[in-house]
Design a protein around this ligand. Structure first.
Ligand code: OXD
Ligand code: MN
Length: 581
């Protein structure tokens, strides 16, 4: 018996399913699953004329986002999980969580979902196997990963796979746990059918477990989009960008810009996760381990992201959007008036107040459907990064863009990122929290050690990417967003590429290098000179107020905080004190 078969037999003995079904990932299997889900109301068919091959899933109203407070790292020592993760000892997990799996699949089918994270044939691809009782999860994993026979073939009789146990349980938040065992490289998830909690290849494997594998093996697993930027004449650059959930990674990865007419082309390699490795050439190489997009729907429209709109025009699973009586999906920002008789995300007649689609409603769609997908998106070796971009959602403080002075300073910039919370996780929206490298909810080990790993990895790169920070969300005194964003973000990317090439004007500030006003292309933008100044402004008082917050955040890591980061903080403090206001 192969190791994977032995494991399935072992867990089935506890889960007690009525049936075990090994998924091959084929069309016939998917059609059978969809048919069953249409029959039992897990899926609703959408209008075959305007949304061919599309379905709507409504999740339980208490199960609409990742639940970070129910997500745990179960390393034997609390210190290994660090101060930013919820920790549970493996013994406690066995006591509190394992019993929730006992008999959980009685009357249900246990689906075995073998999957590969990483491009086909890539030496960096890794196999996971998810056991689940949710056909919605199976259908979604088929889109988000390379699922089925391909994974079993890659695995053969090896033991080298990440086992993930998932059951919907009774969907009660009181009995919901997402537990990661980094040392054993296994995952348990119970009580949720929501994407980030239940599609175990994504956040659980490709970020939390993979980040610990990456630490041990000398690479990085990051919450980053990867985009390709072709300049007129054909020169091509790749950028990785880490923004917290629901801060525009998908939009940036699929950017369509007015300067496209001049020969600039942006193509998509990935929209959420990047696995990064030092190459023999001293550069940092990136692969997208996923095969699909699980993106935020509201705000996806012809002006904001026409490529995403085209991508999701067919063969897409929508979760928690609104729908017309004729099965036309609708959401805020779609760029169309709401159809008459609209049903909200819970299937109730919408009375026009509040959002009709859930703010965290999602699309699940194959990456190959994206019109802007890069021909290199499945390159087994990945793509070499010219730049890494960190970014947050800050109404104040952070300028539109700045560049770090070097890799070490770039790690400091990433480690001190702040961002306002969004609907992608349960809890209050709009409060600023430190979200280092956008990995706060996704780092599978002590973040202090993670910063150290970033520093060490940089030392091994002869040609490290330049590191930048962006903020598209600065507001004026009236609370209005100043920067138009979306397609115009290309202007900022082009300044970065100029900097990478040793050109592009910049002024030194205590936080790093900010474009001088004349080196950004503002042409045609309806911005006054005071708005331009506001966008690029490094306000000393605001940054002085950041320093104690950063210090308090750093202190949480105790002896795990690399000395280099305390030094960078001291430098910032000193430079702020000496700068002329
Ligand atoms: C996601 C998230 O779903 O970050 O990508 O929440
Ligand atoms: Mn994400």
């Amino acid at each position: 018996m192969k190791p994977v078969e032995r494991w399935v037999e072992e867990v089935a003995a506890t889960l007690l399913p009525d049936r075990v079904s090994w998924c091959d990932g084929g069309d016939a299997e998917n059609a059978r699953l969809v048919e069953g889900m249409l029959a039992d109301g897990t899926l609703h068919a959408l209008d075959p004329r305007t949304a061919p091959g599309c379905y709507l899933h409504r999740s339980h109203p208490t199960d609409v986002a990742r639940t970070e407070h129910l997500t745990f790292i179960a390393s034997p020592a609390r210190e290994a999980a660090g101060p930013t993760n919820n920790w549970m000892s493996p013994a406690e997990a066995r006591q509190r969580v394992w019993p929730l799996f006992a008999g959980a699949m009685k009357g249900r089918t246990l689906y075995v979902v073998p999957y590969v994270m990483g491009p086909p044939g890539s030496p960096f691809a890794r196999v996971g196997v998810e056991v689940t009782d949710s056909p919605y999860v199976v259908a979604s994993m088929r889109i988000m990963t390379r699922m089925g026979r391909v994974a079993l073939d890659q695995l053969g009789s090896s033991e080298d796979f990440v086992p993930g146990l998932h059951s919907l349980g009774d969907l009660s938040p009181d009995r919901r746990f997402i537990v990661h065992f980094p040392e054993e490289r296994r995952i348990w998830s119970v009580g949720s059918g929501y994407g980030g909690n239940a599609l175990l290849g994504k956040k659980c494997f490709a970020l939390r477990i993979a980040s610990t594998m990456a630490r041990d093996q000398g690479w990085l697993a990051e919450h980053m989009l990867i985009l390709e930027l072709e300049l007129p004449g054909g020169e091509t650059h790749y950028l990785g960008a880490a923004f917290p959930s629901a801060c525009g990674k998908t939009n940036l990865a699929m950017l369509v810009s007015p300067p496209a007419a001049q020969g600039y082309k942006v193509r998509t390699v990935g929209d959420d996760i990047a696995w990064l490795r030092p190459g023999h050439d001293g550069r940092l190489w990136a692969v997208n381990p996923e095969a699909g997009f699980f993106g935020v729907v509201p705000g996806t429209g012809p002006a904001t992201n026409p490529n995403a709109l085209a991508t999701i025009s067919h063969d897409t699973i929508f979760t928690n959007v609104a729908v017309s009586p004729g099965g036309i999906p609708w959401w805020e920002g779609k760029g169309q008036d709401p159809p008459a008789g609209l049903l909200d995300w819970q299937g109730r007649p919408w009375d026009g107040s509040g959002m009709a689609a859930h703010p965290n409603s999602r699309f699940t769609v194959a990456a190959r459907q994206c019109p802007s997908i890069s021909p290199r998106w499945e390159d087994p070796q990945g793509v070499p990064l010219s730049a890494i971009v960190f970014g947050g959602r800050r109404a104040r403080v952070a300028p539109l863009v700045f560049q770090s002075r070097d890799w070490q300073h770039g790690v400091f910039v990433g480690a001190t990122m702040g961002s306002e919370t969004t609907a992608a996780t349960t809890g209050r929206v709009g409060v600023v929290r430190r979200d280092p490298m956008a990995m706060l909810p996704f780092c599978g080990y002590n973040m202090g050690d993670y910063f150290g790993h970033w520093l060490e990895l940089g030392r091994s790169l002869a040609r490290p990417p330049a590191v930048f920070h962006v903020n598209w969300f600065r507001t004026d005194a009236a609370g209005r967003l100043v920067w138009p964003g979306f397609g115009d973000n290309l202007r900022v990317l082009l300044w970065m590429i100029e900097r990478v090439k040793g050109r592009g004007g910049a002024v030194e500030t205590p936080i790093g290098l900010v474009p001088d006003e004349s080196s950004l292309d503002w042409g045609g933008l309806p911005l006054s000179s005071s708005e331009k100044r506001l966008l690029l402004k490094v306000e000393r008082g605001e940054w002085e107020a950041e320093v104690p917050e950063i210090r308090a955040f750093f202190e949480r890591f105790g002896s795990h905080l690399p000395r280099e980061l305390s030094e960078s903080l001291q430098t910032l403090e000193r430079d702020l004190a000496t700068v002329t206001a």
